[in-house]
Design a protein around this ligand. Sequence first.
Ligand code: PHE
Length: 475
Amino acid sequence: MISYETHETTSHVLTPEGASIALNGSHEARVWAAVPVKGEGSPMTPKELEAKIGSDIAKIGQGRAFKNKWIGKEGDSLVKLAAQIDDVTQKEMREVDSTGTLKGGEKALAELRKRKLIVQKKGQWFTVHRGPNFSTSTAKPETDLTMEMLTTGAWKTSTFKRYNFEAEGIPTNGGALHPLLKVREEIRNIFLEMGFAEMPTGNFVDSGFWCFDALFVPQQHPARELQDTFYLSDPVKSLPPPADYYKCVSRVHERGDFGSTGYKAPWSDEESRRLLLRTHTTASSAAMLYKLAARFRGEDEDEDALTAHSGTTRKGRDAGKGDDFRPAKLFSIDRVFRNETMDATHLAEFHQVEGVVADRNLTLADLIGFMRVFFKKMGIENIRFKPAYNPYTEPSLEIFAFHPLLKKWVEVGNSGMFRPEFLQPMGFPPDIHVHGWGIGLERPTMIRYGITNIRSLVGHKVPIESVEESPAVRF
Ligand code: PHE
């Protein structure tokens, strides 16, 4: 639209000292003005001059004033010699200030630069001409060829914007699943393809009875203390658990039963009925197993228990034995709560993945074999087991996997064979064995997405873009 030429200029501007001279006169002129005419007024010593106009100006100005023969000395006193002076320096400062240069030329300018009264200033200016496409209005190039353009023939004269094949396009404005939900879905699919049914786990609030007592966790266990478990203040107390079962569980704790000696400690009804936020999903597994055992108590199975059986068929070792107990394979993936100090890898609420398998005469080898298959489906082939302790399982095994990036064995899960003290008060006969295991959901998700701080995964500091842009996960 336009063409232009650039021009360079140099001009001069005053330094602060130069500006002061333009206003008040040169130092030598100020010295001359301050010194008395010979015979008039009281004599003035150099010290008195300094006191009057300032020592800097007095010292610098005296030299030039003497040289110019504007002042002289009589004894110790200074006297005016010239009746009139021409303050060239002040004139030059005023000339530079208004014209940017001196008629005196470069030599005079150089002298003033040396005295640090002026400095050079570079500038630029332009001459601008109308170009071949000059216009006072702007036209937007067309981005679409419309039917109207075609029918009116406007397309012939329109200017079109070039296609940008590098453009990334507009991001689609749709919902996005949080990484935890994607990983949950992947794990859920593994369970479903292995014939598992999902347990109902909606009750975040549970009682001490279902979370601990039913699982044979002693009432004095440290996990039940305030610093580990969140208790409800309102309401404090749960509804009573099924009476017969409750009696049986409290007896196993206090005095022992089913071949167990129990804890030989007093039973607290209050402790059992305390409402809390469940600390593990095994609380929900316990409730589900209780429903599953209904047939052995001579009760009707409820709907949840019937769903649990679906998808499982009796095969193998015990098939055709003539009993109608069908094995159950159950799983859940849901939220649990612990009164933890939060840091880069710990939250007070997180998710547990849990599976339980119930069948006649299951052994530890079944559990180990099952774990290998399950973790292989999660992409973890290299696993090891370490003996561990849980109040509700015996034996208990911690599961370790070799982390190829960390190059070390990391704990990935906890498992075991549920104890008779847990299963038999529900009504299960001794030969029905149940094994179970639990893994975290957050840890595999963090590893999968390369996240090192859990706060980048959960909570208010998670950027919404990271959720929208997180890829799908495949184990
Ligand atoms: N409940 C255990 C935990 O919170 C996991 C587990 C489940 C262990 C089932 C054994 C059997 O870590």
